[in-house]
Design a protein around this ligand. Structure first.
Ligand code: MSP
Length: 528
């Protein structure tokens, strides 16, 4: 296991307000970053915005703003959303910042000088919305963009190209030597079969049909095509190519740093083909992992503003709290597969996992510790029943399984394991029947054991949930009497339970009334 961690989200297009789909990538990345910090691993978390391109230029014009003013306004909203969602990024890069633009110009110059980039003509089917050229086969007879299904049009212009094919063999070799580079595995096969095996086409890396981009120094009619501009953010943000490049040295160059890009499945190809090839051409180290998560869909398909079916995260957060949304994002859909957002599932997930299981366990337990022991948690004791043994056994297993799954970036599975522990502890209360033990003075030690184990489970669950439940975990710790939340290391040693004095129990999550809240959430869907 490497001893440092560099994790990134995609940089988002500030062409409109972000929706819950964008919040998905950012939340999962945030949870992983917080988990690594909990383990004491030096972590750097980068997010940002991808601000150039034809679409932004056109949208700004439609709004009677200059592109810069237009993106500045949207970025304020994006940063506000991330603040409300408690996204703990270390840096927010904007591709219009000089620290990025200047490096993109240098990178272009280097690649041009060394012959990886050459001038030619481009003719192809272009989708303005996705800013992508497509081949004849990809657009099919109806000439529709394979990504967004909008009509594409033929375009020809002078353009610079990057010699992709030169690096294809080295790329495949990298895939073979690094089996975890692309996950899930199915995405790797898709890349190999659809793009690499048929022969990698050279990539167009400049445009002359619009001006909103990084200018090519050697040929100012051209601006750098968005993907070469965008992907390099992952190194320019760290100070690559400057004198102040400590972060770059520490988190990119140092082989002890694990580099992970979290991306949606829609942009995997750019991250696992073009990005590693650009890096090879620059003679730089490649990332360890590109993790492609699935897309969050609506009942009527892909979420899109033009379709009028997007969910704005802000009203959800205001009404149900940020932790409920963060939890839903991580837990509802297996990380890697596509998922569907429905109000019914959102309510059910909240009520079952957070209200009934975790919230209820805390409430029941604290009420009993208060009633039977005046709030003071009984100190370590021996096991009496098979239920004690089973619960303690499961607790140990949960910690190691959770760590193992999180380190493999299997976030949803990791949290399923925590859920199982919490459910088991609720069942343990029913099996141990503390209210019966409390009636018999001879069973006092046994009752102490039960309370001790329950608190142990609650501290563990709270700590493991803390990367997701950023607002609730402090409240739970307070009620549990924990003033110094344990690190993952302390948690594994399990020496925090003695001497805790619980505070009065307060419900962590209110139960949601399905009939009321389903229509409430439905009214939050942003129509066209
Ligand atoms: N700017 C490019 C990325 C450049 S990265 C060097 C881009 N931006 S985007 O704003 O269109 O979307 C970026 C990402 O948002 C997607 O890859 C995905 O991670 C996330 N999502 C957007 N819609 C989504 C869903 N409906 N569901 C889950 N994630 C989605 O592409």
């Amino acid at each position: 296991m490497k001893n440092k961690f560099y994790i990134t989200t995609p940089i988002y297009y500030p062409s409109a307000k972000l929706h819950i789909g964008h919040a998905y990538s950012t939340t999962v990345t945030d949870v992983l970053a917080r988990y690594k910090r909990l383990k004491g691993v030096p972590t750097y978390f980068l997010t940002g915005t991808d601000e150039h391109g034809q679409k932004i230029q056109e949208t700004a014009e439609k709004n009677s703003k200059t592109p810069q003013v237009f993106v500045d306004d949207i970025v304020v909203g994006i940063k506000d959303l991330w603040a409300k969602m408690h996204i703990s990024y270390d840096d927010f890069i904007r591709t219009t910042e000089p620290r990025h633009e200047q490096r993109v110009q240098d990178i272009f110059s280097q690649l041009l000088k060394q012959g990886d980039i050459y001038l030619s003509k481009y003719a192809g089917w272009y989708c303005t919305y996705c800013e992508s050229f497509w081949t004849e086969t990809q657009v099919g007879e109806q000439h529709l963009c394979p990504d967004c299904q909008r009509p594409v049009h033929l375009e020809e212009e002078d353009a610079y190209f990057f010699r992709m094919s030169k690096y294809a063999d080295r790329l495949v070799e990298y895939y073979e030597k690094n089996p975890l580079f692309i996950t899930p595995e199915s995405r790797k096969n898709e890349m190999l079969n659809t793009f690499i095996k048929p022969g990698l086409e050279d990539l167009c890396v400049s445009r002359t049909s619009f001006t909103w981009g990084v200018q090519v120094k050697e040929d100012p009619r051209h601006v750098v095509y968005v993907w070469l501009d965008a992907l390099t953010n992952y190194i320019t943000a760290l100070g690559y190519g400057t004198k102040e490049d400590e972060k770059y040295q520490s988190f990119w160059v140092d082989p002890e740093s694990e580099i992970v890009h979290i991306v949606g499945s829609d942009i995997t190809r750019f991250h696992v083909i073009y990005w590693p090839i650009f890096l090879m051409a620059l003679g730089l180290r490649l990332p360890d992992r590109v993790v492609a998560h699935g897309l969050l869909m609506m009942k009527d398909g892909k979420m899109s503003k033009s379709k009028g079916n997007v969910i704005d995260p802000l009203p959800i957060i205001e009404k149900y709290g940020v932790d409920t949304l963060r939890y839903y994002i991580v837990r509802e859909t297996i990380f890697g597969s596509d998922g569907q957002f429905t109000p019914e599932q959102f309510i059910e997930r909240t009520n079952i996992d957070l209200v009934n299981d975790y919230g209820n366990l805390l409430n029941r337990t604290l009420n009993m510790v208060k009633k039977y022991f005046n709030g003071a948690v009984p100190s370590k004791v021996s096991n009496y029943t098979e239920f004690d043994d089973q619960l303690v056994g499961l607790l140990e297993v949960t910690l190691s399984q959770f760590e193992n799954l999180m380190d493999q970036l299997k976030v949803t599975e990791a949290y399923m394991v925590v859920n199982q522990l919490v459910s088991r502890a609720n069942k343990y209360i029913d099996e141990s029947q503390p209210w019966v033990l409390a009636k018999d003075p001879e069973k006092k030690a046994q009752l102490e054991t039960v309370m001790h184990h329950l608190i142990d489970v609650l501290v563990t669950a709270t700590t493991l949930y803390s990367p997701i439940l950023v607002e609730t975990a402090p409240k739970a710790y307070y009620q549990l009497g924990i003033t110094n939340p344990p690190s993952f290391y302390v948690l594994k040693k399990r020496d925090y339970v003695d001497g805790l004095l619980n505070q009065s129990p307060q419900p962590l999550f209110p139960r949601l009334d399905p009939t009321l809240e389903i229509s409430n959430i439905q009214s939050m869907i942003v129509k066209k």
